[in-house]
Design a protein around this ligand. Structure first.
Ligand code: ATP
Length: 251
């Protein structure tokens, strides 16, 4: 039985004199959670801390009831995590299959389960016909989809996706949103994005960060309701987003 999938309390991350996160509280359960915010708001920093690749300056972070400050808990958590970084490194000579397989091993999946899980992940991102192509031959959008495949290969309980739709064509974006909705039924998916429309159609919840703080939490409908006719934006949810950011800056 899993309690709160993500539990962040008063999280502070400083880089020298710069404060990237300034006391963030965030509790997430199953569902698809959108993370919105202007450039430099702290989205990637938050994702990196949750992905266990960056450390907090203070505050507490627990994932799947494991405290990330405890070294011995990290291995357990990493097996059950999926993470697509904003910029991900890869070996250009690996095929898509080798690349996804490599992450399956890193996540310590049961060896006998790996081949099927790899094929399934590649199929879910629509790359089955390119599974034996080397990564260096893929387009930017296809590479991103290979990145999503490695993130989901272990059927993670917590899936962290940093700008996953960057470079995807409209048809792929639609399919990807469907994939998110399916995964979000049993898992906790956190998606950092600039595409407010992706949040409107694919997310069950949304958090807006600004200047290192969580300034709005609610459903996409709540964010729409926060907008006013005078707010900037071409759609109701964009107007809600700009209103939330403006209100936070006035505080
Ligand atoms: N390694 C680092 N060293 C110093 N400052 C950093 C580092 N990483 C992030 N920052 C700073 O922390 C703040 C938050 O950055 P972060 O990348 O988390 O924002 P973001 O919301 O993901 O932005 P974007 O939308 O542009 O990707 C910024 O002011 C950034 O300059």
């Amino acid at each position: 039985m899993i309690g709160t999938h993500v539990d962040v309390r008063d999280l502070v991350v400083e880089f020298g004199k710069r404060t990237a996160l300034d006391g963030v509280d965030l509790q997430l359960d199953t569902g698809v959670h959108g993370l919105l915010g202007p450039n430099g708001a702290g989205k990637t920093t938050l994702m990196r801390v949750l992905a266990t690749v960056a450390r907090s300056t203070s505050g507490s972070v627990s994932l799947l009831d494991h405290d990330l400050s405890k070294q011995r808990d990290l291995r357990m958590v990493r097996r059950r995590l999926g993470y697509l970084p904003q910029q991900f490194g890869y070996y250009p000579r690996f095929t898509v299959r080798e690349f996804v397989e490599y992450f399956a091993w890193l996540k310590e999946m049961t060896p006998s389960a790996v081949p099927l899980a790899v094929d399934h992940a590649i199929e879910r991102v629509g790359l089955a016909d390119r599974a034996d192509d080397r990564l260096k031959k893929l387009s930017g959008g296809m590479l991103r989809r290979a990145g999503i495949a490695q993130a989901i290969v272990n059927d993670p309980d917590v899936l962290l996706l940093d700008e996953p739709t960057a470079g995807l064509d409209p048809e792929q974006r639609v399919e990807f949103r469907e994939l998110l909705r399916t995964i979000g039924v049993d898992s906790c998916v956190l998606v950092a994005t600039h595409l407010v429309e992706d949040v409107a159609v694919a997310c069950t919840h949304v958090t807006v960060v600004s200047d290192g703080r969580a300034v709005f939490r609610g459903t996409p409908d709540d964010l729409v309701a926060a907008g006013e006719d005078t707010s900037d934006g071409d759609s109701p949810i964009e107007r809600g987003y700009t209103a939330a950011i403006r209100a936070a800056r006035k505080r």
